[in-house]
Ligand binder design. Structure first.
Ligand code: SAT
Ligand code: MN
Length: 597
């Protein structure tokens, strides 16, 4: 059996934390690794592990002239996205997990997964990965320790989180840390489980090597366990980007925005405004997750708990997201993209000509014109946020940034207009709660089906969705200076299935309206759904290549579509049963009566 002190090729535990040492020993007893390596997060460790990953074929070095410090990883083809049907919230009571989560009784889950974990690291190394979600020393920050037998996970975690000695130092002797256990197992979808034990601050993930399932700081801790802790401790863990937008006058406004996976959060957070917006600047605080709590001055403050980006690659190019292109030009791990003959990476939607020949994401020869995609639609980059040319100087601020506006946005080809503002916080929570979105490749399952995705948190809420929505309603009592709430939809289509709104940098026009509303600078038009831009003093459309008809269509509110939408919302609220918050049911009634009058 491996010893936590010194193992053959292992390392001595760099801590005396008794709870941590005991837990690592207990997990090692179960999984039986040959050795245990404590990760310190150093450059020499990165170098060593990268070389090892290359020698084992886990990473393929890319052309170091073209992409210094970059590597390609190919996952098992059965393991390319989050597996929502295999993701469980394990609370003593089923009701606590709620109707939108898969539930397993904790003892049963520990037993079931314990059998899979038993001996699963035989012949392998267990890496102990201490990490901080949030800036070191911030009151927002939570410490986690992930035990994993995957060197790919270690190398990703060191980009995505503040990993190693700094996290262990922050933990000290405390027993307040998330206990994460991961084993790649035999990558068999029939033996794959992602289980969360919120009452034990524990996550067990077995049988996958894919990001969202195994980088336990991200969706598992920062969102599922985080949302549970947020309710207990009076804060919000949200699936939101955070950006700062600075006007030519030097006024910076911070905005957080929720969009489901693979709906453009990274693009929005790094947006370059169009030519008409000379002197405006967008800076990224975060691209996926926001932890928000009331600050001493009565405003809502947000941090990005992550230190890197795990972004969707296909569709990224110098037009859609030049800042992302620069971010991934060095020190980036690519997963499941295609390889070019000269050792660079390629994906659908990259700039330039489609190469004649490639090696596809599964390692097979690929020829131009092939009907199969060369890169997987959910192929990803893992890049340090410090690579981002427009990283906000506040991205590492332990106090976070004050949020003035919250935006909810789904992917909807019909029904939902380009932008509207909620009448007040409760109405805004209703808008977030009734968000729908068409599914994407970020999770396994059919793509393009509308599903209710409240606050873009359907796959990430770690407890009962009704209680979660009530928590959102209750938060208004603790935030004297509430952010304003907005809803957007970049994805509406015309009858030929073409996007009406150009999106990307042009979203600046909508963002400017949001900023103007926050500062009370423009009037609005009232509609049954909320306040919308007026035709006269509304959106700035100067220089926008879009017909007046298309603008009208993108911003239209069609009563017949809303009658259908209300039915779908009703199914969702019925699912919540008695947990559906009264205040939201009242919002629903008010909307119905506005629609009928
Ligand atoms: O795979 S992740 O869950 O990390 C990304 C996403 O789906 O949002
Ligand atoms: Mn996400």
């Amino acid at each position: 059996m491996a010893s936590t002190q010194v193992a053959a090729e292992g390392s001595k535990a760099p801590t005396n934390n008794p709870t941590l040492l005991a837990w690592v020993a207990e997990m090692a007893k179960m999984t039986q690794p040959d050795s245990i390596v404590w990760c310190d997060g150093s450059e020499s460790e990165k170098k060593r592990m990268t070389e090892q990953a290359v020698s084992e074929g886990i990473l393929i070095p890319l052309n170091q002239q073209k992409r210094p410090g970059c590597y390609l990883h190919r996952s098992n083809p059965n393991d390319v996205a989050r597996v929502e049907h295999l993701t469980f919230i394990c609370t003593p009571n089923k009701a606590e997990a709620g109707p939108t989560n898969n539930w397993m009784e904790p003892d049963e889950a520990y037993h079931k997964l314990g059998q899979l974990f038993a001996g699963s690291m035989k012949g392998r190394t267990m890496y102990v990965v201490p990490y901080a979600m949030g800036p070191i020393g911030s009151p927002f920050t939570k410490i986690g320790v992930e035990l994993t037998d995957s060197i790919y996970v270690v190398l990703n975690m060191r980009i995505m989180a503040r990993m190693g000695k700094q996290a262990l130092d922050m933990l000290g002797d405390s027993d307040d840390f998330n206990r994460g256990l991961h084993s790649t197992g035999d990558v068999n979808p029939d033996r794959r489980y992602i289980c969360h034990f919120p009452h034990d601050n524990t996550i067990w993930s077995f049988g996958s090597g894919y990001g969202g399932n195994v980088l336990l700081g991200k969706k598992c801790l920062a969102l599922r366990i985080g949302s549970f802790l947020g309710r207990e401790e009076g804060w919000l863990a949200e699936h939101m980007l955070i950006l700062g937008v600075t006007s030519p006058k030097g006024e910076t406004t911070y905005v957080a925005a929720a969009f489901p996976s693979a709906c453009g959060k990274t693009n929005f957070a790094m947006m370059i405004p169009p030519a008409e917006y000379k002197g405006w600047k967008i800076e990224t605080v975060g691209d996926d997750i926001a932890w928000m709590r009331p600050g001493p001055d009565g405003r809502l403050y947000a941090i990005n708990p992550e230190a890197g980006y795990f972004g969707v690659v296909p569709g990224t190019n110098n037009k859609t997201n030049p800042n992302a292109m620069e971010t991934i030009s060095k020190d980036t791990l690519f997963t499941n993209v295609a390889l070019t003959p000269d050792g660079d990476v390629w994906w659908e939607g990259k700039d330039g000509e489609v190469p004649e020949e490639l090696i596809d994401w599964q390692g097979r020869p690929w020829k131009k014109g092939s009907t199969e995609k060369a890169a997987h639609p959910n192929s990803r980059f893992t890049a340090p946020m410090s690579n981002n040319p427009v990283l906000s100087p506040k991205a590492n601020d332990p106090m976070g940034v004050p949020i003035s506006a919250l935006i909810f946005g789904g992917r909807r080809s019909t029904t939902v207009p380009l932008v509207l503002q909620a009448f007040n916080w409760t109405h805004g929570v209703f808008l977030g709660a009734t968000m729908g979105s068409e599914t994407t490749a970020a999770a396994t399952g059919k793509v393009g089906v509308v599903r209710r995705d409240p606050m873009a948190m359907l796959p990430f809420c770690g407890y009962n969705m009704g209680d979660y929505l009530q928590h959102w309603l209750d938060m208004q009592k603790t935030i004297p200076q509430l952010p304003k709430i907005f809803q957007v939809n970049w994805f509406r289509q015309d009858k030929d299935g073409k996007f009406l709104w150009p999106g990307f940098g042009e979203n600046m026009r909508v963002l400017e309206w949001v900023v103007n509303r926050v500062h009370g600078r423009v009037p609005t038009k009232e509609t049954l759904l909320g306040w919308v831009p007026r035709q006269d003093e509304g959106l700035n459309l100067k220089g926008l290549d879009m017909s007046a008809d298309a603008v009208a269509e993108a911003t239209s509110i069609k009563e017949d579509e809303w009658k259908t939408e209300l039915k779908s919302q009703e199914v969702f609220f019925e699912q919540l049963g008695s947990k559906a918050p009264d205040a939201l049911m009242l919002q629903r009634k008010l909307l119905i009566s506005r629609l009928e009058n």
